[in-house]
Ligand binder design. Structure first.
Ligand SMILES: [Zn+2]
Ligand SMILES: [Zn+2]
Length: 553
């Protein structure tokens, strides 16, 4: 059911490729054995003038056929009359031979540049040209996989090799989808090709026994809406190869926090921080919570609206997504290990300070060194933005305290100005979601009770995992932010210093009217925007705030 699986005998099926929204909801169907074998020598038959499968020059711009039965097409090739008649001639040949001759059995969709690369490699008359075509074809296969994953807005691609088979998995809106399978030898070859000839990495050669990382060279991913694809590989247990690809998408035009899912009040609170010339604001969240995307969009939009009137410099290891109006400096590591990493950040900050920025984006505050550097920059008249791995805004100062930041700094609202925390929940498909009454029977009893107790059941909508033509298993390929944004003040941080994080949280909710992430999540459930089971799994139980209103303390 997708461009990468074996086409089988019924070619009319392969010609009607599923579109973005028409993804098969049943993955077992897509998990078809790919039996394409890799001969040593490869011939581009569509380029040979007197060959039966020869293609006209106009067709060659959009299509290429190799003698191992792989037909490479650009995305729009099928809407071209000449390409259609070329494919029809191949199909006719197969029909006339009653299926004994199969001009092509697999279709890969690739960018225009890949088609060009195939013809260029084939035109090279030297022996390396033939080997080059083999390699180029292998690369085109990898690129067709990345192209498909990017269309699905997948965040990761995993290549897993088992003794008798190999599987390719995509992560789409947070869920793993087993996409298709192939022979283990083929997968090993694919991993090697992607590392050796497509990646820019510190180690030039793939070594299946070691942990290695790099990124796919830009020339392979241009035009796919991707900023970067990071490659990471290393042996798993029993030394089987494994490769993970992380897809970083271009941000595009910076979007407002409200567009991302923050409430207007939360967005206002974050914007209020920009009235100050110094201090720190921290965006936190679990892995995959989209905190870096939120920060990048927020800063990018502010820079755009304000005509880049301030100098904003980010320190990143490594820079991942380009941010509008921001100079992004890479952290340069000299050597491996925790100590070298810390020193690299300190050195990076020293350079950055010499560039005299107004705002600093301190990146992920994972190490004590980065926290110290962020604190130092905040104290020296730079408004500083950073990120932290934490499951709630309240836990941010706790994490900093555990790392050794002095309480004197932590309880100063002129230094620590704001703690934000977020999670990302997939948005329900408005076409196929069902009412609570209709779907109630399929839910766990505890969840039904929590929905009745904490939500307005009549406006709640539930995810329909069968999905429809408009969605991916009942959800859109967009996720919305559920967040809490805590603006600090003297009384609030004094609560933290004297009575701890939980008391501060209770004070924030009761005395400052703070909206917790769970409360924001329930608002969205009540709007029918997100599914309550998804929300509980990703954010927190619906009754997470109950204790905040209890009488203790
Ligand atoms: Zn529909
Ligand atoms: Zn739907």
């Amino acid at each position: 059911m997708n461009t990468l699986v074996e086409a089988g005998l019924n070619t009319s099926e392969t010609l009607d490729l599923p579109e973005f929204e028409h993804l098969a909801p049943d993955t077992s169907e897509a998990l078809t054995q790919n039996t394409t074998d890799a001969p040593d020598r490869l011939v581009l038959v569509s380029a040979i003038d007197d060959h039966d499968y020869h293609a006209l020059p106009a067709v060659r711009a959009k299509a290429a056929l190799t003698d191992d039965g792989v037909l490479y097409l650009t995305e729009d090739a099928r809407s071209d009359m000449l390409v259609r008649s070329y494919i029809a001639s191949l199909d006719r040949r197969k029909a006339l031979s009653e299926g004994k001759i199969v001009p092509y059995h697999t279709v890969y969709e690739v960018p225009y540049s890949e088609i060009q690369r195939l013809y260029t490699a084939a035109a090279d008359p030297t022996a390396t040209g033939l080997a080059g075509l083999r390699r180029t074809a292998e690369e085109s296969y990898a690129i067709s996989m990345i192209t498909e994953a990017a269309k699905e807005q997948a965040s990761d691609i995993f290549i897993e090799v088992y003794p008798d088979s190999a599987e390719i998995h995509y992560r789409i809106v947070g869920d793993i989808e087993r996409r298709f399978s192939m022979k283990p030898e083929r997968a090993k070859q694919l991993i090697r090709t992607m590392y050796d000839s497509m990646s820019e990495a510190t180690d030039p050669h793939y070594d299946p026994t070691r942990d290695q990382s790099g990124r796919i060279a830009k020339r392979h991913t241009s035009g796919l809406g991707l900023h970067q694809v990071r490659v990471s590989t290393g042996p798993t247990d029993e030394e089987r190869p494994f490769m993970a690809l992380r897809l970083h998408y271009d941000l595009g035009e910076p979007r407002s926090l409200v567009k991302l899912g923050f409430s207007q009040a939360q967005s206002d609170a974050i914007n209020d921080v920009t009235a100050h010339a110094s201090g720190i604001a921290l965006f936190s969240g679990p892995t995959g919570s989209g905190k870096s995307t939120s920060l990048a969009n927020f800063i990018g939009l502010r820079q755009k609206l304000d005509g880049c009137r301030r100098k904003v410099i980010a320190l990143e290891d490594p820079p991942e997504i380009p941010i509008y109006g921001v100079v992004q400096k890479a952290v340069l590591r000299k050597g491996l290990g925790r100590e070298a990493e810390g020193q690299a950040w300190i050195a990076g900050f020293e350079t950055l300070m010499r560039w005299n920025p107004d705002w600093i984006i301190a990146g992920e505050l994972r190490l004590r060194e980065t926290m110290d550097a962020a604190l130092k920059s905040a104290l020296t008249n730079h408004l500083t933005w950073g990120m932290l791995h934490a499951s709630s805004a309240t836990l941010v100062p706790t994490r900093l305290q555990e790392a050794g930041i002095e309480m004197g700094y932590l309880s100063d609202p002129e230094i620590f100005r704001l703690f934000a925390n977020q999670s990302l929940v997939p948005q329900l498909c408005p076409h196929c979601s069902v009412t609570f009454t209709r779907g109630e029977a399929g839910l766990a009893q505890g969840l039904v009770q929590r929905i009745k107790a904490h939500c307005t059941a009549e406006t709640v909508r539930l995810r329909n995992f069968s999905g429809c033509d408009h969605c991916y298993r009942g959800v859109l390929r967009v996720r919305t932010v559920c967040a809490e944004v805590m603006t600090t003040d003297h009384a609030l941080l004094t609560k933290f210093r004297n009575e701890g994080a939980q008391t501060m949280r209770r004070f924030w909710v009761r005395e400052r009217g703070g909206i917790t992430k769970a409360a924001h999540m329930i608002e969205k459930i009540n709007q029918g925007l997100i599914d309550p089971a998804d929300a509980e799994r990703i954010v927190s139980p619906l009754d997470a705030d109950a204790h905040l209103w209890g009488d203790s303390t």
